[in-house]
Design a protein around this ligand. Structure first.
Ligand code: ADP
Ligand code: ZN
Length: 655
């Protein structure tokens, strides 16, 4: 179709563009492209290579699905996530897209069917794991069919520095040599410049266009609280703000994963563990329950989560400090893909800092590796200790411009922490460390230092005669928790360091400047009362004056809740019958819009975002039937002033 002149080319592009848009409307039922989607799709449909950086929930899938549908041939999607391929394919089939996968979970006959469909041009999309793509038999199969586009999902798996490294990704560079005329699109939610470079080089995509979306996730509320009794704090957070919600709790060790899952279950929160120590069957079963059930909590190590595209994960909680800002951002990003208000909550304390510093020192790797790990941790600590907007700090870390006045939807914006002059307190801590070392030649950990400052005659204090030190009892003005806060912040600021297997405290180059009074040490006061999403989130409509929370949606008016619940129940039944996750039928966001619009006919239902041609045909009657059963027309509008009461209402029963 493309002419040679400028006008011809433009017409070709315009036609492709409108075909893409028509596909968006018809197949996906969405009104408009989001952010960079349109530019990416236009570029790939026209045959260009693309490297796409977009946050989780940003809408990466459409960037390769639509080109696969618009261009002739089958789109080949390379994805490391064998366990999720079935769900991905189910979700596409529910939209009427001809999708399939080839992986090790299939038997010979199943595979043959898919191969035949590919060869006869009956597939729009074919999912493959990289280790399969590498095989000669697969390459041979692919060369006998017609390929529209290669999509390389989770492209950061090519990076040897990340924890998701997959050696098989390295062989993907051959795609460009073997199929020079097929466009390639690499996608990731990992935002750092270094990873970006690595993807481009290792996948051999020098002429790719680069698309970098905004990494802001405005519907996620970021909160980091001081750690006291983490399991209890978590339980309180879940009960108060996320009763009955689906979410992920991250812990560092398998042991704490098991214990936390058990603790939650014992306390009435349905939770299952997930870590690499469980056998594959259990892991798959827990993952599948998480995707299929409403409101299950998964307690996991970082082994869980990549590629989980469950849209209604309402919270991600960290009970241990992630090793880097990248990790934190990836993990928290799994919340709220549907754009509805969600919470990223973390409990963080002194032991986290000590533990992580110890891990780095005693860990494997050469000096360069350790330095890199330490700088990652420093950035993470800076995020934890900042008195400024957390979102701003995150965006700045990824090289993007934050809102100068703060985001209005993180704990530091909602309740700005007070700072205090901690110079004298810092000097007291540092002098204690100095005294122990100079006068006694000893090194101790934080517990002993705090006991000495508080003048506590514990067994260990008496054993070492530490009550004879001149610093004994000089810190009675602060509580134990406050002293731990001081030490934590000194560690975070590099004014104190951790050494050896026992995590003893030692001075750094910076300590001297504090001891010699050459600098001040501003410290952050631990917030007295925790912020809760209910009082804080823009979603509840009670943001109280200064919060200008950006969460895109408002809570449903109470009068519409019964209809929403009825639709959810109907959806659960459909999902059970078909053996697919509920969100494959419709997302929560779509159900909310349905009850808000209250369509009276199948045709009218078609205008709701997220209702495409196929879904309308499959479920249209069903949805209209449910609404009709509730009275047929939208309930009387209640006066606005019954909104605040929403907060006082208990969560609807979700079982
Ligand atoms: P990612 O893969 O980048 O994490 P997804 O492709 O899963 O994100 O998209 C996230 C969510 O946003 C999905 O629920 C998807 O259906 C929805 N979505 C994507 N693009 C659009 C759009 N243009 N309009 C409305 N919803 C969209
Ligand atoms: Zn903020």
């Amino acid at each position: 179709m493309g002419g040679t002149g400028g006008i011809g080319a433009m017409t070709a592009t315009a036609a492709a563009e409108s075909e893409a848009l028509a596909t968006l409307h018809r197949v996906f039922g969405y009104e408009a492209f989001r952010g960079e989607q349109e530019a990416v799709i236009e570029h790939v449909v026209a045959g260009g290579d693309a490297v796409v950086l977009m946050p989780t929930g940003g809408g990466k899938s459409l960037c390769y699905q639509i080109p696969s549908l618009v261009r002739p041939g089958t789109g080949i999607v390379v994805s490391p996530l064998i366990a999720l391929m079935q769900d991905q394919v189910d979700a596409l089939r529910a939209l009427g897209v001809r999708a399939g996968f080839i992986n090790s979970t299939q038997d010979f006959d199943e595979r043959r069917v898919v191969e035949a469909e590919f060869l006869t041009g009956e597939l729009d999309l074919l999912y493959l794991a990289p280790e399969r793509l590498r095989l000669d038999t697969t390459l041979e199969l692919l060369s006998r069919g017609k390929i529209s586009v290669f999509a390389i999902d989770e492209a950061h798996c090519v990076s040897q520095w990340g924890h998701d490294f997959r050696p098989d990704y390295l062989t993907l560079s051959l795609l460009g040599e073997r199929w020079p005329d097929v466009p390639r699109i690499a996608l990731t939610a990992t935002a750092t410049h270094a990873t970006h470079q690595e993807i481009t080089e290792r996948l051999n995509m020098p002429s790719a266009r680069h698309f970098v979306a905004s990494f802001d996730r405005p519907n996620i509320q970021y909160r980091i609280v001081p750690k006291a009794d983490p399991k209890k704090q978590l339980l309180g957070f879940l009960r108060e703000e996320h009763a009955g919600d689906a979410g992920i709790v991250y812990c560092l060790s398998r042991n704490s994963v098991e214990k936390t899952a058990e603790f939650l279950s014992r306390n009435g929160v349905e939770a299952v563990p997930y870590h690499a120590g469980l056998d594959a069957g259990t892991r798959a079963a827990h993952q599948s329950r998480f995707l299929r059930e409403d409101g299950l909590v998964v307690v996991a190590t970082i082994a869980f989560g990549m590629g989980i595209d469950k849209p209604d994960v309402r919270f991600v909680a960290h009970l241990d400090l992630p090793k880097s800002v990248e990790g934190y951002y990836q993990e928290t990003g799994r919340a709220g893909r549907d754009g509805l208000p969600s919470t990223a909550w973390m409990a963080y304390g002194l032991n986290d800092v000590i533990q992580q510093r110890k891990l780095i020192q005693s860990g494997e790797g050469d000096e360069a590796f350790r330095r890199r790990a330490a700088s990652h941790l420093d950035a993470m600590l800076a995020l934890c200790e900042t008195a400024r907007c957390r979102r701003g700090q995150l965006l700045a870390y990824f090289g993007q411009d934050p809102e100068p006045t703060g985001c209005g939807n993180c704990d530091t914006c909602l309740t700005p922490p007070e700072t205090w002059d901690g110079t004298i307190a810092a000097q007291k801590v540092l002098s204690t460390v100095v005294r122990l070392q100079r006068e006694r030649g000893q090194k101790f950990g934080a517990v002993q230092i705090v006991d000495i400052l508080l003048g506590k005659r514990t067994g260990k204090v008496i054993q070492f005669d530490h009550d004879q030190l001149s610093v004994f009892g000089i810190g009675e003005e602060l509580s134990e928790g406050e002293w731990r806060g001081v030490i934590r912040q000194l560690l975070a600021q590099g004014l104190l360091a951790v050494e050896g297997e026992y995590g003893t405290l030692v001075l750094t180059d910076g300590s001297g400047t504090v001891l010699r009074r050459e600098r001040e040490v501003p410290l952050r006061k631990e917030p007295p009362k925790p912020v809760t999403s209910r009082s804080a989130s823009g979603g509840s409509g009670t943001a109280g004056g200064k919060g200008k929370a950006k969460a895109a949606v408002v809570e449903l008016p109470e009068r519409l809740m019964p209809a929403f619940e009825a639709l959810r129940a109907w959806r659960a039944e459909q999902a059970r019958e078909q053996g697919v996750p509920a969100y494959v039928i419709f997302h929560d966001a779509t159900l909310r819009e349905i009850v808000t619009v209250w369509p009276s006919s199948v045709r009218e239902l078609g205008s709701v975002s997220g209702v495409g041609e196929k879904k309308l045909a499959t479920y249209g009657e069903g949805v209209i039937g449910v609404l009709a059963g509730l009275g047929g027309s939208t309930p009387e509008t209640a006066p606005d002033d019954d909104w605040p009461e929403l907060d006082a209402e208990p969560e609807p029963d979700w079982e």
